[in-house]
Ligand binder design. Structure first.
Ligand SMILES: [Zn+2]
Length: 338
C-alpha cells in the first residue's frame, strides 16, 4: 500500500473523529454534488476531502452502460447543485434526465472539457465494434460511444462528420493525465458553486494531482516487463490505459450470454483469439466466468479479470488508485507468466 494514501486516510479519519466528537459538522452530505459513476466519484470525493461527500448514482455492481435511473436517483438529481458526468457518449441513462433538470443544477460534462484527451473506440481487425446489446451486457443499448439513445445532439454533428463524436471511448479516467484534468476541473467548478470552500478544493486537488503523478510513475514501472505481450479483452474499455502505458492489446471480442447457443459464433471467437496471438484474455466482473471458460477451453492462453469501471470496488476516494493498481497487477500477473 502506498504510504501516502494511507497517511491521507488516517488524517481523514482523525478529522472525521474530531467532527463526531464535538463541534458542528462542517457541511453534511447535502452539498448537492452528484457524480454519475464510481471512478469519477472517487476523484470528486478526493477534491471534497474534509468538506463533504459527493453523491453517487451508479453505486453497486451495476454496469454504467446498462444502468437505468431509480426514483431515489431522480430525487438526488432534483436536489443537485452540481452534477459531474462523462457525457452522453458514456452514461446514456443520464442524458435525458439531465436535459430535464431545467437549469437548476450546473452540469459538468467531462468529455467536453478543454484539454481532455479523447480517443475513438476501435473497429476493424480483431477489434469488434460495439454492437448494441452485445459487449457482455445482457441488455440492449450497450452504449460505448453510441449517443443514439437520447444522447446529446450537437449542432455540428451533421453529414460529413460521420460518427466522430458518437464513437468516442468514454472510459477516459483510465488515462492518468485525464484523471488530473478531471481533478482540476472539479476543483474549479466546485470552487465556483461553493466559494467558501474554494481554497480547500484547490489544495486537495493539488495533493491529488501529485498523487496521480506518482501513481502513473509507479504503474509505468510495474508494467514495464509486459508492455509487448499481446492480449485480448472482452470490452473495448482500456484504450486510454493502453495508450498511457504503451500496452499491446490486440483485440476485443463481443461476448453475449447466449454464446453457447451458437457453435459458429463460438468457433469464430476462438479463431480470433488464436489469430491474434494473444497470450492472455481478460474478462470482467459482469461477464460470467462460464462464458470465458467455454471460449478459451483448450486454448493456450492465460486468463485474468479486469474491472475498468470499479464495479466490484467500494466507492470512495481510494477507489481510483485501487482500480488503476488492480488493472496493472492483473495484467502483470497473467502477461508476466513463464
Ligand atoms: Zn465500459
Amino acid at each position: 500500500m502506498d504510504l501516502r494514501w494511507f497517511g491521507k486516510m488516517v488524517s481523514a479519519f482523525s478529522l472525521l473523529s474530531a467532527l463526531m466528537l464535538g463541534g458542528a459538522p462542517a457541511q453534511a452530505r447535502e452539498g448537492g454534488v452528484i457524480v454519475s459513476v464510481k471512478p469519477v466519484h472517487s476523484l470528486v470525493a478526493g477534491v471534497m476531502n474534509g468538506v463533504g461527500e459527493p453523491g453517487l448514482l451508479v453505486r453497486g455492481g451495476e454496469s454504467p452502460h446498462t444502468y437505468s435511473l431509480r426514483p431515489s436517483d431522480a430525487r438526488m438529481l432534483d436536489d443537485a447543485r452540481i452534477v459531474f458526468w462523462i457525457g452522453g457518449v458514456f452514461e446514456t441513462f443520464l442524458a435525458r434526465p439531465l436535459d430535464s433538470l431545467a437549469g437548476d443544477a450546473r452540469i459538468v460534462t467531462l468529455s467536453e472539457v478543454p484539454g481532455m484527451t479523447l480517443l475513438p473506440v476501435r473497429e476493424g481487425g480483431a477489434w469488434e465494434g460495439h454492437v448494441h446489446g452485445g459487449g457482455g451486457h445482457d441488455h440492449a443499448g450497450d452504449a460505448h460511444g453510441h449517443v443514439a439513445d437520447g444522447g446529446h445532439e450537437h449542432p455540428d454533428e451533421g453529414h460529413g462528420h460521420e460518427d466522430e463524436h458518437a464513437s468516442i471511448d468514454g472510459h477516459l479516467w483510465l488515462d492518468p493525465a485525464n484523471a488530473r484534468r478531471i481533478v482540476e476541473t472539479v476543483a474549479d467548478a466546485l470552487g465556483e458553486v461553493d466559494p467558501a470552500n474554494a481554497a480547500a478544493y484547490r489544495s486537495n486537488a493539488a495533493a491529488m494531482i501529485a498523487e496521480i503523478e506518482a501513481l502513473e510513475r509507479e504503474l509505468d514501472q510495474r508494467l514495464g516487463t509486459v508492455r509487448d505481450r499481446p492480449y485480448v479483452v472482452f470490452h473495448d474499455a482500456y484504450r486510454y490505459f493502453e495508450e498511457a502505458f504503451g500496452l499491446n492489446a490486440v483485440g476485443s471480442i463481443t461476448i453475449s450470454p447466449d454464446i453457447q447457443s451458437g457453435a459458429r459464433r463460438l468457433a469464430e471467437i476462438r479463431q480470433r483469439i488464436v489469430d491474434s496471438g494473444a497470450s492472455c484474455v481478460f474478462s470482467e466482473p459482469l461477464i460470467e466466468a462460464r462464458l470465458i471458460d467455454t471460449v478459451t477451453e483448450g486454448l493456450d492462453v492465460g486468463r485474468g479479470e479486469l474491472d475498468p469501471e470499479g464495479t466490484s470496488l467500494p466507492p470512495g476516494r481510494d477507489l481510483y488508485p485501487t482500480l488503476m493498481r488492480a488493472l496493472a497487477e492483473e495484467l502483470v500477473a497473467c502477461l508476466g507468466r513463464g
